[in-house]
Design a protein around this ligand. Structure first.
Ligand code: HEC
Ligand code: HEC
Ligand code: HEC
Ligand code: HEC
Ligand code: HEC
Ligand code: HEC
Length: 380
């Protein structure tokens, strides 16, 4: 079994030191990929007649006889995972970690530091602990055979319905599953935009295919012209404060149908609605507003009443903006900022039931309502 550089054994320490040295001279956090091509690509998947490519198996890394797409040395989780709980960024490639095989000990906490949630999207470690804590990208969900609220009729094997099994239709989506069900990173079956990891996303606002969209999140309604806009925090929210966080775009427009980004603009909630369309609907009567039938998303936080006290941005309960400025703002603006899917959920997985950003299911009422109370200031 071939171990990836820096990932597993002390035998690679020399290579790691070299890698760290390179990182010191690499461009700042959050930029496009950098470093020697050979850190990430292998030309023939062969060195000394032994295969170079490796893949992530669920608990470790194993040599792969078959080459990866784009001549990559490994698959998504080969670069984006770590076999401990403290690595948040891969030492060789600089890849942000989305799966630690031990409980992550970094990133946001909603319980005073007892539990850490990892980077902005959360950490797939928690989906491994309980299927209901996250998107299941490595196997099917024990209780959900479909994406709840899905409104797109592409059949049971499409990304809109399942993330664990490759789509067997045609076109560029053919074969997509798991990570590439959401991140439109190119492979051998790519849309017309390729080389996402090499795009210049220095921004500050990332809002085009040329920049790889926000975190490589794109849709393919009427082609591949839609993607998520946002401001990318430079350490993926490993550290946060009221002025140190991602910025998300919202759209206060009419949401009486279930269409995603084509109607909602390049918003994060519109992206989620690609697979959970019903959950983005306002109500059945058309105009929207109270009484709501689902908790609203991309609804403007009213400027008066209990919401007026919500003025300091809390990265644990983020809001979406009507427009994106040049820097992360510490201020919430009732009257224009919006509640959105990621106000309550992490995108990958969290320590809590249904990927919540705090323990909404806790038996302790104060804990359960803590995140709700950030907006509904008179109900906690
Ligand atoms: C830190 C990792 C990393 C390094 C270093 C790196 N690449 Fe890549 N490269 C990737 C990944 C990941 C992809 C996957 C495709 C994507 O992101 O859409 C890729 C895709 C590509 C592609 C195919 C997509 C396209 O744009 O046509 C080419 C060609 C490529 N890289 C060339 C290079 C060269 C040449 C170097 C060295 C100068 C290099 N890469 C260094 C990670 C890396
Ligand atoms: C060879 C290593 C490698 C592989 C394989 C790889 N990545 Fe990455 N990825 C990186 C690195 C390095 C970065 C950080 C680039 C940067 O600093 O923005 C990155 C960043 C990202 C980001 C965050 C982009 C941003 O704007 O910050 C996403 C999303 C991502 N990768 C998804 C994927 C997916 C999905 C796959 C599989 C299809 C994949 N990666 C495969 C190395 C890799
Ligand atoms: C490409 C399709 C797709 C997108 C986009 C998508 N989801 Fe999902 N989601 C699924 C599928 C499939 C399931 C059910 C299986 C599972 O949990 O993995 C699911 C399940 C969920 C669950 C329940 C988790 C559980 O296991 O009980 C939540 C909460 C959720 N998604 C929230 C979101 C949010 C928030 C977004 C936007 C950041 C989003 N989803 C984007 C496909 C998607
Ligand atoms: C259901 C859709 C979905 C799936 C599946 C998914 N991601 Fe993500 N990912 C997102 C979203 C949305 C964000 C941005 C989260 C934010 O900014 O709050 C993100 C962020 C990231 C980042 C940046 C780090 C961070 O936490 O913000 C990386 C790297 C990444 N994803 C890699 C992956 C890899 C690797 C996989 C497969 C193991 C994967 N993603 C599966 C939706 C998804
Ligand atoms: C105000 C907080 C909040 C917002 C905003 C929110 N959700 Fe949820 N979501 C929850 C809670 C809490 C649950 C757990 C079930 C329940 O209590 O209804 C949940 C459950 C889910 C589920 C699982 C349903 C099932 O049958 O298991 C999905 C999928 C989901 N949400 C997606 C979304 C999407 C997509 C958006 C944005 C369009 C969104 N949520 C916005 C709080 C929220
Ligand atoms: C980011 C801010 C935010 C968070 C967090 C949030 N809400 Fe809301 N909530 C709103 C907004 C905005 C409305 C719509 C207000 C309006 O225009 O009537 C709303 C509406 C509601 C309503 C419907 C009231 C009606 O008029 O029909 C209920 C019930 C509710 N929220 C409960 C919750 C619960 C429970 C939680 C925690 C799981 C929660 N909210 C979290 C912002 C938020």
């Amino acid at each position: 079994m071939r171990r990836p550089r820096c990932k597993a054994t002390a035998a690679w320490w020399l290579a790691c030191v070299a890698g760290l040295w390179l990182l010191v001279f690499a461009p700042g956090l959050g930029a496009r990929v950098s470093g020697p091509c050979s850190d990430c690509h292998t030309m023939h998947n062969s060195q000394g007649a032994a295969p170079m490519a490796y893949g992530f198996t669920g608990s470790g890394y194993e040599a792969k006889a078959d080459p990866n797409a784009n001549l990559l040395v490994t698959d998504c989780l080969g670069c984006h995972s770590a076999l401990d709980g403290s690595t948040w960024r891969d030492a060789t490639t600089g890849a942000p970690i989305v799966l630690n095989t031990s409980e992550p000990d970094y990133g946001a906490s909603s319980d005073g530091g007892a539990t850490h949630q990892g980077l902005a999207a959360g950490n797939f470690y928690w989906a491994g602990q309980d299927d209901a804590n996250g998107h299941n990208v490595m196997g099917s969900d024990a209780s959900l055979s479909m994406a709840p609220g899905n409104t797109v009729g592409c059949g049971g094997d499409s990304c809109h319905s399942n993330l664990d099994r490759p789509y067997t239709g045609s076109g560029f989506l053919n074969g997509r599953a798991a990570c590439s069900g959401c991140h439109m990173v190119s492979g051998s079956l790519s849309p017309s935009v390729t080389g996402w990891h090499h795009k210049d996303d220095s921004g500050p606002v990332v809002n085009s295919a040329e920049q790889g969209w926000y975190r490589f999140l794109a849709g393919h309604e009427t082609g591949d012209g839609y993607g998520v806009s946002g401001l990318e925090d430079d350490d993926w929210e490993r550290t946060t404060s009221s002025s140190d966080h991602n910025e998300y775009l919202g759209s206060s427009g009419d949401k009486t149908d279930t269409q995603a980004m084509a109607r909602e603009g390049n918003t994060m909630s519109g992206f989620c609605a690609g697979c959970h369309g019903n959950f983005h609907e306002q109500n059945t009567s058309g105009a929207g507003g109270s009484p709501w039938i689902r908790h609203p998303s991309d609804a403007v936080i009213p400027a008066g009443g209990e919401y007026a006290a919500f003025i300091v941005y809390d990265p644990l309960v983020p809001v979406a903006r009507a427009g994106l400025g040049g820097a992360a703002s510490p201020t919430v603006n009732p009257g224009s900022d919006m509640v959105m899917c990621l106000s309550c959920h992490r995108a990958h997985a969290s320590p809590y039931y249904k990927m919540m950003r705090w323990d909404y299911r806790s038996g302790d009422l104060a804990t359960s309502l803590s995140g709700c109370g950030v907006c509904h200031t008179r109900k906690n």
